[in-house]
Design a protein around this ligand. Sequence first.
Ligand SMILES: Cc1ncc(COP(=O)(O)O)c(C=O)c1O
Length: 415
Amino acid sequence: MPSNLRHSSHVFSRRASLLAMSGIASALTGTLAGAATDSTTTINWDRIAQEFLMDRSLLYLNTGTLGATPKSVVEARCALGQRLESNPAGEGFGSILLEAEAVIPKIADLIGCSAKEATVTRNTTEGMNFIAEGINLQAGQRVLVSNHEHPGGLRAFQFLKKTRGVEIDVAEIHSPPQSEDEVVDSFRKAIQPKTRVIMCSYVHFSNGLRTPIARLSELAHQHGCLMVVDGAQASGGVAVNVKELGCDAYASSGHKFLLGPKGTGILYINEQARDQITPMQLDDGLGFYTAIRGTGSMPEVIGLGAVLDWTRQIGRSAVFDRLMSLRNMLYAVLEKTPHIVPKSPPPGSSMASQLVCFSVDDRGRHEKLKAQFTQNKVLVRGVNIDGVDFRLSVHLYNTEADIARFEEILLKGVT
Ligand SMILES: Cc1ncc(COP(=O)(O)O)c(C=O)c1O
């Protein structure tokens, strides 16, 4: 704890218990009570889908860009903002700051690391920037990435190319690859003697591929490289345990599949790699407030902690299973629709994620489908990488009725 905060810990414990009784915690418990129709096995997903502020005239299939936060968390965050404004320095350097710091162990629990290895950021991009800047790459050293990386993960390394003469190599991955071996071999072939970093998304934003990161980490370490993972599309959508992934650093967003407030992110740096990844802003450790980081957005970060609690109450693996089940329904719709080609791994594949992507077999139909989506308020992500045209991403506000509505609109759009 920063020394300027120590005096206020008694305030924190009093306010924390008040919060537990009447603030975020009870709002969440209250809202979810009754969500499960049977306390152990059956979850009433339709009931949970109602817990959001989502505009129901939309068919929202774009959580991969931004997810919606549960209404109870939005309300609790607003109340917290008001409390902060009632005594900015007293609360902001007192109990509320301590509540924000307390979110870090929740992040550590989420991704399976120690609290000393995790922190909050504003987004994936900021986390990836911290990592890239912290590696101290020199001219001529090389970074190996896939051909499906998002600018949020890539731009920091491109900056190092421009300013320091770092080289970037690309491993080509098809949409979808036939096997994990194909992906690993593509990286293996592209490694060079001066490669120092392998950077890859855990879930590719473009084709929904769940990359075999554990195997890539092994490959990286065999070649004396650091393994850096862009987890923007992974956390909240698929199970993530950074120790099982074996990576040295991992960054993700709070505002996508974790359903957190916008402008939140999470970052992991393996303790063993801390001497090789030394971002300036983390020089005083990974705390929320440190001398070299300064003041952050407390209501947003505390809201992120609250949504992690909200999801835990449902059960993280139940959520992953639900998303995968909705995604598999979408895959089945794509597979049976004429002129549509799924570009993501099929159901049951170890490389399938909650994202499902597809292409349309001719440009005229592609344009017609785009117009159909606009007209019917279907929110999807256009891709345009490696022959992929569209990405669909579901979350708990989506239901079987949404899949049926999508099927109808898709068919109209391509026939
Ligand atoms: C793979 C990937 N990386 C990074 C980002 C950027 O995320 P953020 O806006 O949270 O920085 C995205 C956003 O879609 C993404 O899909």
